[in-house]
Design a protein. Structure first.
Lengths: 191, 620
């Protein structure tokens, strides 16, 4: 593989860090050359978190050029659209968690909330596959990131990386009960 | 995978995917660094997190969070005078705090050697500016290495340590945000642990007292080091030339992460320029640079922020009478932000249009950007600072002036609170407020200060208000931790702020928990009515830290706030004035609660004039 770029985004506190590390290690288990970077600034305080993962033999910087990402992952609906606006490649794919953590201007009634229809419209403009993941049935919001990993595995969105590669990645990163619970959610969404 | 801390002290070689900040810790251990100090600050705090993950029994070196970056530098320096390799690390603007001590280091014979790791922040990802510390490194005659990736951060630290020990000096390892936070697989070498801590201080190794004549003598001795250092740099091979078979007379000189942007962008190039990648950016090695210039007709210098390399390289070319065209910064934009792949693409395209494919501008025009509401950082659900600001607003008059400081409470400047109208840097608020209060009978002046910052740099300003009888109210936002950078410890663990303030002779000190809003508002009104310095300690533990620790406990039951629809009259005080991010505005303008965010702390309840906010219990 020459180059495969992934753009991950969400709100501080949604577990983008673990999501990103799971995909990065999954790609490594699959034998891909891989590099990643998180950009969080003050994101721990409810701001935007962006992470990038780049796989392949011809990638250098962990940062990506605009509109070159084959896969955009959004943990939240506003951030999914914001991510597409800068990163989505023509013919790429979007996987997003269909939930809203309203940003300040929405709560202050200064801006409308982004809708699933707008996401679908943006995807069709990019000729991008659009996969919405429903958070319903997830008792613990901290496991939503695993639902997204599951969806990526289910649809085989990162070429060459299999379900067992992601599971191995999780076994690297988590222990004990946390591992069991995260693996359960991953498997449920990976199908 | 082993626990990170166990991995870092493993004696056998290993291969693992680590972050730049984490890889650095392994390099410290392999290099036999004996003392490491820091004050927490982004982008470097994960270095400390990795160190603190190491099991206590196998701790390879002494580590402390010092009270600020200057003290951290001094502790590391003192340890190095005893013959131990030491390291201090901090954020970019931390160098300003450390500066008075830092500028001396290059003059001294530091027998153990010292590595100063600075996390510079082009792009101001998490700093109040994007200052180019290379200006300071030049002034301080510091030797500087600039890695481009986590792997290089690991390799370069070891080179920096070798050079620092060999030359008995200080060497700077200049990281930038996306080098600190990048992750990649790295092969780590093995090592043999040994704890040979030394106490060899001897004035014979000096001079160490830089007074008048001696200061100049010390500078002469320091300058003598240039020749052996240049020879070390040349032998290191870290200033690397990559010659192209089809350069067409073009060359690029670059360093750090920008080098990787160049490599990425050139994947699309019609032909490839020669590339000189500088690992050592101070002092510059004239030999490698002049040879490179001579081999090219045109050279583009790509560097983030200021024109440090450009000016030196142009001067070298001028002295040698070289005809090579040297292209550096041509536009204000070249001085701002990171040289991301996008920016690098544009710069190369502007300089040599024939090298790059024409950009398909229609690509972005075809997809008009859909506006997405901004998402500024904000205080967490349950944050005691929010309650404090809500109470402060009730006590202040419109014309009163509020002075912010650095910390989570800086976020109070945003709507809906708008508390905090001016901000400089850590610990500056008592001083700024004092200046604003001079001859000011119109406005009350209120300064805010977090507890970690109080010890870091707030104390001199506070003592000045007492000494010079300034008329201000200081509100200490005490949450018991260094929260913004990830909950590091601070001096408040050993020193009680209220006791300290009493010891300073301040008479009006009022303390309460910020959730007790009526009382807090009363305290602030009382303080504002006091002549001279008055202090209100607005106390509440960091709820992010507290909730995380609660969630780990067995039988933890998470509470939530619920809104009674029969009582709620949709005045929106909760969502618009109190502004907890857990509140949701529904399309019909009713208010809901985001159960993923709400921690059920109840701090919002006093904000509702209709008392519509109650508790709902939920089993985890």
């Amino acid at each position: 593989m020459k180059e495969f770029n992934i753009y991950l985004t969400g709100v501080g506190g949604q577990g983008i860090g673990l999501l990103s590390q799971t995909l990065l290690r999954g790609a490594d288990h699959a034998g891909l050359e891989v590099i990643g970077v998180d950009t969080h600034g003050l994101a721990q305080r409810g701001g935007v978190v962006v992470s990038r993962i780049r796989c392949g033999s011809r990638v250098f910087s962990p940062l990506t050029l605009a509109h070159t990402c084959d896969l955009v992952l959004g943990m939240e609906i506003h951030e999914a659209l914001r991510g597409m606006n800068t990163a989505m490649k023509q013919g790429g794919a979007l996987v997003y968690m269909n939930l809203s953590w309203q940003p300040l201007p929405v709560r202050l009634n200064q801006s409308p909330e982004v809708t699933a229809q707008e996401i679908a419209a943006a995807c069709s403009r990019f000729d991008a596959r659009c996969i919405g993941v429903e958070p319903r049935g997830l008792a613990d919001a901290r496991m939503q990131n695993m639902a997204l990993v599951g969806a990526v595995a289910k649809h085989g969105l990162i070429p060459g990386v299999s379900k067992s590669d992601y599971a191995n990645a999780l076994e690297d990163l988590l222990k004990g009960e946390m591992l069991t619970r995260n693996l359960d959610v991953f498997k449920r969404y990976a199908g | 995978m082993k626990k990170l801390g166990e991995l870092l002290v493993q004696e056998d070689p290993f291969e693992e995917i680590l972050m730049g900040n984490q890889a650095l810790v392994r390099a410290m251990i392999e290099s036999k660094t004996r003392v490491v100090t820091s004050y927490p600050g982004s982008p470097t705090p994960e270095i400390a997190t990795a160190i603190m993950d190491i099991p206590e029994a196998s701790t390879p070196f002494y580590f402390e969070f010092s009270v600020n970056e200057k003290v951290a530098t001094e502790v590391a320096f003192g340890a190095a005078l005893n013959g131990n390799l030491s390291c201090v690390f901090f954020k970019s603007v931390g160098l300003n705090v450390a500066l008075d001590s830092f500028v001396q280091l290059g003059l001294l014979n530091i027998i153990g050697g010292m590595v100063v790791v600075v996390g510079d922040d082009p792009g101001a990802n998490s700093s109040q500016n994007e200052q180019d510390n290379r200006n300071i490194y030049r002034m301080a005659k510091a030797i500087v290495l600039e890695p481009a990736s986590p792997k290089e951060a690991y390799d370069y630290y070891k080179v920096a340590a070798r050079l620092a020990v060999a030359q008995k000096t200080m060497v700077v390892l200049r990281l930038t945000t996306h080098v600190c936070h990048a992750r990649q697989k790295i092969s780590f070498a093995g090592y043999k642990p040994d704890k040979g801590y030394k106490t060899d201080f001897d004035t014979k190794n000096g001079p160490y007292i830089p007074l008048t004549v001696l200061a100049l003598e010390m500078k002469r001795l320091a300058l003598k080091r240039t020749a052996p250092v240049l020879s070390f740099i040349q032998k290191s091979g870290l200033n690397r030339v990559k010659t192209s078979s089809d350069s067409r007379g073009k060359g690029i000189i670059t360093s750090g992460l920008t080098w990787l942007s160049v490599l990425d962008v050139l994947e699309q190039a019609a032909f490839r320029p020669n590339i000189l990648k500088l690992g050592f950016t101070n002092p510059l090695d004239p030999k490698v640079i002049l040879d490179f210039l001579k081999a090219c007709e045109q050279v583009l210098i790509l560097e983030e922020l200021d024109d440090i390399l450009e000016n030196q390289i142009k001067a070298m070319a001028y002295d040698q009478g070289l005809g090579t065209v040297i292209i550096g910064k041509t536009d204000d934009r070249d001085f701002i932000g990171e040289f991301t792949p996008d920016k690098t693409f544009d710069k190369i395209l502007d300089t040599w249009p024939e090298m790059m494919p024409a950009q398909d501008k229609t690509k972005t025009q075809k997809f008009p950007l859909v506006a997405v509401p901004e998402r500024p950082a904000q205080m967490c659900p349950g944050c005691g600072h929010r309650s404090a600001f809500f109470a402060v607003k009730q006590a202040l008059k419109k014309e009163d002036i509020t002075v912010a400081d650095i910390g989570c409470h800086t976020l109070g400047y945003m709507p809906p609170y708008a508390v905090g109208q001016v901000l400089l840097c850590m610990g500056a608020s008592p001083g700024i407020a004092s200046g604003l209060s001079l001859n000011n009978t119109q406005n009350k002046v209120v300064a805010f200060l977090g507890d970690s910052t109080f010890f870091h740099a707030g104390l001199p300003g506070l003592i000045n208000t007492i000494f010079n009888h300034h008329n201000i109210t200081l509100i200490v936002m005490e949450n018991g931790t260094t929260a913004m950078t990830g909950h590091q410890d601070h001096a408040g663990r050993s020193i009680n702020i209220e006791t300290l303030l009493k010891g300073l002779g301040i008479e009006q000190i009022l303390t309460c928990d910020t959730y007790n809003q009526e009382r807090l508002t009363g305290h602030i009104k009382t303080a504002l009515g006091t002549k001279g310095i008055s202090v209100v300690i607005a106390r509440h533990p960091c709820m992010l830290k507290f909730t995380r620790s609660q969630q780990k406990k067995q039988g933890y039951v998470r509470k939530h706030i619920s809104i009674d629809p029969s009582t709620c009259t949709r005045v929106h005080a909760c969502i618009e004035n109190f502004g907890c991010p857990s509140f949701v505005r529904n399309p019909d303008q009713s208010v809901g609660v985001n159960m993923d965010l709400c921690i059920g702390d109840g701090s919002c309840r006093p904000s509702c004039p209709e008392q519509a906010l109650g508790f709902e219990r939920k089993e985890e």
